[in-house]
Ligand binder design. Structure first.
Ligand code: TXA
Ligand code: MG
Length: 338
């Protein structure tokens, strides 16, 4: 299959392909998604094949507005509408009870479904014109870092999907926050573009799923099936170093081998001469760190780097999402100097 590269002007073609059951790479404000008509079981099956995604890992549905929730979900609690009012369109996915319209293959047989209303203008135009919910996981091959540009998605999906719609680099850079509203108190399953602190301004209490901050033990099951897989990992092993940036930079510098790579804050970009260095943004700029984390992880796969050392951001605000992705990429191999 030859994958067509579509500029924003050719969005109509993306809509047509989706309507007849094809797969299209679509931009969102978080990461690129691998989209299909969410009500077409055959189209949704093709997503799993293109990604090499385990069958037991459900997909989320992308909708244009909160009033679509009642079409695809049952017993929608008031909290869902309150959250939608505050954070939609935007990087928040809500887990709700699934309605009968949603195909089994979308939810991997679960009785809940993830719903998200994205903010990216071009994405919204496509979903609006299609007038159907779009099932879309992140557009990476299963296990690889999520793509935040059309080029990154093509690295994984060229020849596996009909088209990719280029909406430019993603503004947020990490995936949506996932909150499970079918349990009391609501539970944060994946940190993302909407921070825990922001959710807590709307919800009285939020429980953080254990899988967010630590490695699951064998046999232990996180509530979001996708959180159990080794994920976001570049080919070379990653070690994360936590603590004050001046100390972590020094610690890393003393341990680098000839072919080691480094992920660091902008302030330390020139501390590691002779090494492959990826900068995330300033130590104080969490939004920049979120935008760059996946590209940083991906970039080392193009280089002959045998091990990667990363300065860890703090895990407050957007930092909870960035450290979650970094720690998972490292298989939770973390050195704590703090
Ligand atoms: O920002 C995003 O959410 C991106 C863009 C494309 O919208 N999408 C995305 O999808 O990250 P994906 O499939 O890569 O990650 C969705 C996560 C997976 O870990 C999956 O297991 C979990 O959501 N999930 C989906 N449905 C669920 C459900 N009913 N209950 C619990 N977890 C669910
Ligand atoms: Mg994903």
């Amino acid at each position: 299959m030859k994958t067509q590269y579509l500029t924003p002007q050719r969005q109509k073609q993306a809509v047509e392909i989706l309507r007849r059951g094809g797969l299209v790479g679509i931009p969102t404000e978080t990461v690129y998604g691998l989209g299909a008509n969410g009500l077409d079981p055959e189209a949704v099956k093709a997503i799993f094949i293109a990604k090499g995604r385990p069958q037991d890992n459900p997909l989320i549905l992308h909708i244009p507005s909160p009033d679509w929730l009642s079409r695809y979900c049952k017993d929608v609690p008031d909290a869902a509408y309150t959250l939608a009012e505050r954070f939609w369109p935007g990087p928040l996915t809500m887990i709700l009870k699934r309605g009968p319209m949603v195909p089994d293959v979308v939810t991997a047989g679960m009785d809940t479904v993830g719903m998200r209303c994205p903010k990216h203008t071009l994405c919204r135009k496509v979903i609006g014109a299609l007038d159907l919910p779009v099932a879309a996981p992140s557009g990476n091959t299963s296990g690889r870092p999520s793509p935040t540009t059309a080029q990154a998605m093509l690295e994984d999906m060229d020849g596996r999907i009909e088209a990719i719609l280029d909406g430019g680099p993603c503004a947020v850079g990490v995936e949506s926050t996932i909150i499970d509203l079918t349990v009391t108190p609501p539970r944060l399953l994946r940190p993302g573009g909407v921070t825990l602190e922001e959710l807590e301004t709307v919800l009285e209490r939020v429980e953080v799923d254990a899988a967010v901050r630590r490695l699951m033990a064998p046999g232990e099951k996180p509530k979001a099936p996708g959180m159990k897989y080794r994920h976001y990992a570049p080919k070379a092993p990653v070690t994360v170093v936590k603590g004050r940036p001046e100390r972590t930079a020094e610690y890393i510098r003393e341990r680098l081998g000839k072919t080691s790579g480094v992920i660091c804050f902008d302030e330390y970009g020139d501390h590691f001469p002779g090494h492959a260095v990826e900068t995330l943004g300033s130590a104080a700029d969490q939004a920049a760190q979120a935008r760059h984390i996946f590209e940083a992880l991906r970039s080392f796969d193009h280089l002959d780097v045998t091990d990667i050392w990363a300065q860890s951001p703090a895990d407050t605000g957007l930092g909870l999402a960035v450290t979650n992705r970094l720690n998972k990429a490292a298989g939770f191999h973390i050195i704590d100097l703090s």
